[in-house]
Design a protein around this ligand. Structure first.
Ligand SMILES: NC(=O)c1ccc[n+]([C@@H]2O[C@H](COP(=O)([O-])OP(=O)(O)OC[C@H]3O[C@@H](n4cnc5c(N)ncnc54)[C@H](OP(=O)(O)O)[C@@H]3O)[C@@H](O)[C@H]2O)c1
Length: 170
């Protein structure tokens, strides 16, 4: 049986998730949450998101999806030329790691490619409306049930407030 497929995303009130291949905000609690939710698990991400991180995240196994056969990942990073290959590889790596789920780490193109196959979602709603060039895809929320919500004030004056919300497909 396939392992659950879990997406983690931080999204602004206008759907923006990125600008200029970077996050439009800095929320340290969100980065900590991402780390806690992903440690020990295989992460599938698009080549642009991998470029924006600039390295493999320690304590996790990274699978970069790219159509570019000349893409040379650093040691320890896997590549896949399509989503199905990435998912099959992630399944194998998760079992080797003893991980109970596979994480979709973005960005917009990769969320869109797997949106209909997701089992769980960890969303950070960032209460701002920045300009951006990467977006979270439309989702039919009637198939999703909120199971947990934590609202947080901005970390510093002038920053955006945010909420951590978890969903499962219902
Ligand atoms: N807010 C968040 O939670 C969050 C999370 C992650 C990323 N981001 C942001 O999102 C932005 C990046 O997202 P993005 O949509 O521009 O790019 P992306 O999804 O990270 O990567 C796109 C690339 O992935 C490869 N790709 C996509 N679909 C594929 C498929 N079906 N088969 C094979 N390869 C495929 C292609 O690589 P090649 O061009 O090499 O073929 C494509 O150019 C950045 O701004 C980043 O900071 C935000």
């Amino acid at each position: 049986m396939s392992l659950p497929l879990v997406a983690i995303v931080a999204v602004a009130d206008n759907g923006v998730i990125g600008r200029g291949n970077a996050l439009p905000w800095h929320i340290s609690a969100d980065l900590k949450r991402f780390r806690a939710l992903t440690l020990g698990k295989p992460l599938i991400m698009g080549r642009k998101t991998f470029a924006s991180l600039g390295r493999a995240l320690p304590g996790r196994e990274t699978i970069v999806v790219t159509r570019d056969p000349s893409f040379k990942p650093p040691a320890g990073v896997y590549t896949a030329s399509d989503i199905d290959t990435a998912l099959a590889l992630a399944e194998i790596r998760a079992k080797a790691l003893g991980a109970a789920e596979i994480v979709i780490a973005g960005g917009g193109e990769i969320y869109a490619a797997v949106i209909d196959r997701l089992d769980r979602l960890h969303v950070t709603y960032v209460h701002c409306r920045p300009e951006g060039d990467a977006f979270f895809p439309p989702l039919d929320w009637s198939h999703w049930r909120e199971i947990c919500r934590e609202d947080h004030a901005a970390e510093q004056d002038g920053d955006a407030g945010y909420a951590f919300v978890d969903y499962i497909r219902s």
